[in-house]
Design a protein around this ligand. Structure first.
Ligand code: ADP
Length: 445
């Protein structure tokens, strides 16, 4: 049966739920449609943190930071391809996003550092519990408490426009019955297109055959629907790969394994890159190796430093051995080469100078039996391009004119991350721009 409301939100990830709460708090009736059986989208998979400068959590830990520094890091990380006006909004409103989540009941008291950041500003729950699932839970509970209706297993098919005015959407329920939801404002928060191989290779043919870390609903529907009503696109070719993903199942191995001291070796038992380089550089270097994968190599000391590794071992991702030679054998690798590589690397650790690749941070020598390896390769991780928006979350056409009544936020949009997204900036993007889009939709901007 057909429905009617003030604001329709397509997608129930971090961006859609934030938009829904703000629109409802502004006094509007809201319906969220979500095509999957559960809410949360890719946001559920976010592990790193939520980047923000000048928060109460940082203050409690004595960390001094500024939005200006967050801005500079984000622009530099994105190779200055980012839209400066959007990055200004992102970084200036990040702290308020953290306080808003804390007020809704979130625990963001642990603050750590991610690659490309010049200060500790990645917020997550105490003990480093997965941040995305926690944030989704807090937002979902807040939405339910406020009486926001979330229709799961309901797919938006089309945005309705009449006489240049947004009229709502056409959706289908799980029995494939189509119906209309009338509304004067639509917020597109459908996430990225990392799981849509056709769309990915259309924009970057070099990614043919890549796996993905994304949930299966990340198919770019919002891009297709919004373009059909005149939306412009930016940066579609900017697709981020994550360098350390288990090839057989798309499971992402956290950056922290390298951060805590692991090295990457190829099938000749040799290092081939500064392991702490940006994601794109490490991914590219891996693709140049035999079989286009590599092995994360670490020892018992690193295992003990990082609880996430226990999970990898439990899930059977690791090959382990009591000596370097045995491990090399198990991997079908030249044992002498691997032993020599590790010996050389350990001498660099002792000297504090990586003469081969200039790796700046080498926190641990690889010398404690047992030894471990995980085969990893790059997979599509985050699509940085998408719908063109302004600083209020309104969708723009390709000439930069706003499309009245149409808003977007989160991974479906482009311009915030430029050529390379920094770890921890995705959650900031979702919450900051989700809230803005919800407020703008309610205000009829
Ligand atoms: P973001 O991080 O930008 O919030 P997410 O991937 O976390 O994005 O969430 C986007 C959500 O939108 C996902 O749960 C996804 O299943 C949902 N979605 C995608 N396309 C549609 C569609 N056509 N109709 C309804 N929901 C959709």
């Amino acid at each position: 049966t057909n429905r009617s409301t003030d604001v329709v939100i397509i997608g129930s990830g971090g961006a859609g739920l934030s938009a829904a709460i703000e629109a409802k708090d502004a006094g509007k009736e809201v319906i969220v449609v979500e095509k999957m059986p559960m809410v949360g989208g890719n946001t559920l998979r976010a592990t790193g943190g939520l980047n923000a400068a000048g928060t109460s959590s940082q203050a409690a830990l004595g960390i001094e930071d500024s939005a200006a520094s967050h801005y500079e890091d984000t622009m530099k990380g994105g190779y200055e391809k980012n839209d400066p006006a959007l990055v200004e909004v992102l970084t200036e409103q990040a702290a308020d996003a953290v306080e808003w989540l804390i007020e809704l009941g979130a625990d963001l008291s642990d603050v750590g550092r991610m690659a490309g950041a010049s200060q500790d500003r990645s917020h997550r729950p105490t003990g480093g519990a997965p941040v995305g699932a926690h944030v989704v839970q807090v937002l979902r509970e807040a939405a339910e408490e406020k009486g926001i209706e979330i229709l799961t297993e309901t797919t938006a098919l089309e945005i309705l426009v009449e006489d240049e005015e947004i009229k709502g959407i056409i959706a289908k329920d799980k029995n494939n019955n189509e119906f209309t939801i009338e509304a004067s404002a639509v917020v597109v928060a459908t996430g990225g297109f990392g799981a849509n191989t056709t769309m990915v290779t259309e924009y970057d043919a070099a990614l043919d055959g890549f796996g993905t870390t994304n949930h299966s609903g990340a198919t770019g529907d919002g891009i297709t629907m919004a373009v059909a009503v005149g939306a412009g696109l930016v940066d579609m070719v900017e697709i981020q790969t994550h360098p350390t993903v288990v090839p057989s199942n798309g499971y992402m191995i956290t950056e922290a394994v390298r951060g805590n001291g692991a090295i990457l070796i190829n099938r000749d038992g040799e290092r081939f890159v500064n392991e702490l380089e940006t994601r794109d550089v490490v991914s590219e270097a891996t693709l140049e190796q035999e079989e286009q994968t590599a092995f994360l190599f670490f020892d018992e000391g690193i295992r003990e430093s990082l609880s996430a590794i226990e999970g990898y071992i439990r899930q059977g991702f690791t090959t382990e051995a009591d000596s370097i030679e045995e491990l090399a054998e198990a991997l079908g690798m030249n044992a002498e080469n691997l032993a020599a590589t590790v010996e050389t690397y350990n001498s660099y650790v002792a000297a504090g100078d990586d003469k081969d690749f200039g790796r700046a941070d080498m926190p641990r020598a690889l010398e404690n039996s047992k030894f471990y390896a995980i085969e990893v390769g790059p997979a599509v991780h985050h699509t940085m391009g998408g719908l063109r928006i302004d600083t209020l979350g309104q969708v723009l056409d390709s000439e930069g004119n706003s499309i009245s009544g149409l808003y977007a936020a989160g991974e479906v949009t482009g311009g915030v991350h430029g050529g390379n997204r920094l770890g921890g900036n995705a959650l900031t993007d979702l919450i900051v721009f989700g809230r803005l889009a919800g407020k703008s939709a309610a205000a009829g901007l």
